[in-house]
Design a binder for this molecule. Sequence first.
Ligand code: ADP
Length: 306
Amino acid sequence: MKIAILSRNARLFSTKRLVEAARVRGHSVRVLDPLRCYMRIAAGTFEIHYKGHVLRGIDAVIPRIGASITFYGTAVVRQFEMMGVFTPNGSDAILRARDKLRTLQLLAREGIDLPTTVFGDNPDDTADLLAMLGPAPHVIKLNEGAQGQGVLLAEKNSAAQGMIEAFRGLYANFLVQEFIGEAKGADLRCFVVDGKVIAAMQRQAPEGDFRANLHRGGTAVPVSLTAVEVATAVRAAQVMGLGIAGVDLLRSRRGPLVLEVNSSPGLEGIEAASAVDVAGEIIDFLARATRSDVSGSPRRRARRNT
Ligand code: ADP
């Protein structure tokens, strides 16, 4: 199988691990910087060029599209889809997952539980908006934030009002959630590949913080998930249409709550904490998906994704 990894930096841990896992399994693999892929679109024909050459014969791509290049990166993924190349995460699914509000709307429609969330535009509605959530503390987060940046805890209503004013002043899209205090600064990262949770870890926020992101100094330990947690993570990835997903859950009194679904989950923390060969599982998934039988041919799968 000929695999392309769409990643801006071949030296990143996740990218290196995917390359290694593909090579170990005897596949041909190369890393393509999505910003160096340029495209030709004409009636019924699609081409991608890279550093002066036409890309040909690629069976599968693994998109690792950073938030800062979402628009261009997903256009490149879409072009591959149009050419019938298999991708575990389609361009539309990546776009859905980038938007926290949209993610929560889609999950809630399917009855998947999440922290109750409100959003609104007009400052005149702020007091009522917060009342819709119930008493503080509240969590205020940027809609397109990542790695815990722009996730704030407001202990009191007045603090929430102030933070909301500040976000509005910056023209930032944000949402406000009930604070799940009983999670005690811990969350669960469930790594879903091809409809199965293949690895999981519990992340714990550093002392004095409530955000468990590893980039914010959180620590990770292996964890065994309950059947309900596994089912919730698998369902969340499925609703988002993602073949590879990092589903973040909070353990709450009323059961698992989905925080977000990441379409380019990192491999370093999860492989270290779980001792699972996550990169290998991803490559095995691509191999299964591109095996050309009639029902699961890459071309058909790609069409369904777009
Ligand atoms: P990001 O996309 O920036 O990682 P998240 O929504 O996942 O943002 O939030 C970052 C961290 O903050 C989570 O991993 C979790 O530990 C904590 N957190 C987020 N929302 C809540 C909430 N409503 N209640 C309690 N903790 C939360």
